[in-house]
Design a protein around this ligand. Structure first.
Ligand code: NI
Ligand code: MN
Length: 228
């Protein structure tokens, strides 16, 4: 399994001959070095919620690749109305796709899109567990800390967890360290920071605090790959 971090919360996973991307915020993502959508070949697109920095280029990417977009029902409904192929799920549900197993996990956040100046509610925000090649990835989405992360990790032993650390909209470093302690992933990767000034964080501080808890952390620069 090969995982590429594109900056912010955009994570691409290549496994078992398939390519899946989480929260494909590409063209407007200041951290993403590749802006040309045609460079992204994907089979599945996981969208955690409707905010612009997560829904991102999902619709365009889905149409260009004839890819399937997975999200909670209200999110999937919105995306389907934009003309992309979707699969609606909801929190707690899992499904085996060609491109891997996906389970929808809770996230404490909001979810809406703005269309013609109007806010449209896009259901509960969520996170995802993704499994292929016997490896499990946890993508927390945008969320605050919650105690049920312990259950997520206990019931689904995690190889790598992507956790937001940017604060203000999501967990800050100390809460994310606590989340990592609950999840007990083999490896934790920070995300959702340094995309814009309000979410400036030092990922090395996160890594050092995890090291003090005997938890492994890898900081991925935008465009960097991780091989599991
Ligand atoms: Ni958000
Ligand atoms: Mn966000």
């Amino acid at each position: 399994m090969e995982i590429t971090f594109w900056g912010h919360a955009c994570v691409q996973i290549e496994a078992a001959g398939y390519s899946v991307i989480c929260d494909p915020y590409i063209t407007d993502n200041a951290l993403c070095l590749v802006k040309d959508l045609s460079q992204f070949k994907v089979d599945g697109i996981l969208v955690s919620h409707g905010h612009h920095d997560h829904l991102g280029d999902a619709v365009a990417l889905a149409k260009a690749n004839d890819a399937l977009v997975v999200g909670v029902a209200e999110m999937a409904g919105y995306i389907a109305r934009q003309g992309a192929k979707t699969h609606a799920m909801h929190i707690g549900g899992a499904h085996q796709f060609d491109f891997g197993w996906v389970k929808v996990t809770p996230a404490w956040h909001g979810s809406s899109v703005t269309l013609d100046g109007q806010g449209i509610y896009t259901g509960n925000p969520c996170g995802f567990l993704y499994r292929a090649e016997g490896k499990t990835v946890y993508f927390a989405g945008d969320t605050g800390l919650f105690g049920d992360m312990e259950l997520i990790g206990k019931l689904n032993p995690i190889d790598v967890a992507f956790l937001p650390i940017g604060d203000n909209y999501v967990m800050g470093i100390d809460d994310a360290v606590y989340a990592a302690k609950l999840l007990q992933a083999k490896l934790t990767v920070p995300m959702h920071y340094n995309t814009f000034p309000l979410i400036t964080q030092d990922p090395q501080e996160f890594k050092d605090k995890l090291a003090a808890e005997n938890l492994a952390c890898q900081i991925l620069a935008p465009g960097e790959k991780l091989t599991l």
